[in-house]
Ligand binder design. Sequence first.
Ligand SMILES: NC(=O)c1ccc[n+]([C@@H]2O[C@H](COP(=O)([O-])OP(=O)(O)OC[C@H]3O[C@@H](n4cnc5c(N)ncnc54)[C@H](O)[C@@H]3O)[C@@H](O)[C@H]2O)c1
Length: 252
Amino acid sequence: MKGLKSKVGIVAGGGRGIGAATARRLAEEGAHVVVGDLQGDWALEVADSIRAAGGSATGVMLDGTNAESQAAIVACAIETYGGLDFYHSNLAGGTGGDIDILDCPVDVLDTSFAINTKSHFLASQAALPRLIERGGGAMIYTSSGAASAGAAWQVAYPMTKNAIHALARHVAARFGKQGVRANVICPGLVLTEAVKQHLTDEYVERGLKAVPHTRLGQPEDIAAAVTFLASDDGAWVNGQVWHVNGGGQMRD
Ligand SMILES: NC(=O)c1ccc[n+]([C@@H]2O[C@H](COP(=O)([O-])OP(=O)(O)OC[C@H]3O[C@@H](n4cnc5c(N)ncnc54)[C@H](O)[C@@H]3O)[C@@H](O)[C@H]2O)c1
């Protein structure tokens, strides 16, 4: 893809799954990648594996829900590679106890918002001034098909994911004239290590039946879309919510 060589980007929640695949793909395209994760050792391992494959990467511990930690990962990108061109705000978690509205405890909602919404707000506050001073750049947020699926069994996670769409549209509208693009990817069911560990074969089989495709998603499918949005090939895409899901939900 065009324009990624020597660009500098952060992948938050890059220690495994979609984030790790995205960090690898960005590095393959020639970008310098700072991999951040709450599990700092996972971030280090991903960065090590990128360097072993000939790419350029640094791993750091990141708590995305903490403003100082977000400032620190942005500072790391600037100190290590001289600037920041894009930020893939991808992390998520805290879905335990998230059930239907009548039974979902308020603290589950608070935790979900901290991890799945506030972290993206803080990432934007930390990264945007640096993108603007560089003459522009890209914010790419990971949401979920759950934002629009209307699941009866879960309330907080879809709420927190919808909030990201509003954040991205705000950033796109507010900073587009300064060269910043902000977009959202909504993955369908993607067979990450965690999904494979935690979901039953029956759930995965049902997931495949619901998709008009030959297979479910792989982390690399999402990595490709994120990399496009970070690259110059995505230069005229701004303020969009893209569903990358094998056709599992078909949306305008
Ligand atoms: N896998 C899927 O099927 C699927 C479907 C729809 C949406 N998504 C979204 O894609 C993104 C990545 O999902 P995944 O399946 O790769 O998940 P994953 O659980 O494999 O990876 C998420 C990473 O985020 C990290 N993380 C969690 N909280 C953090 C925090 N506070 N600070 C820093 N890092 C933190 C975790 O340690 C983990 O490494 C998420 O936003 C998720 O909601 C995934």
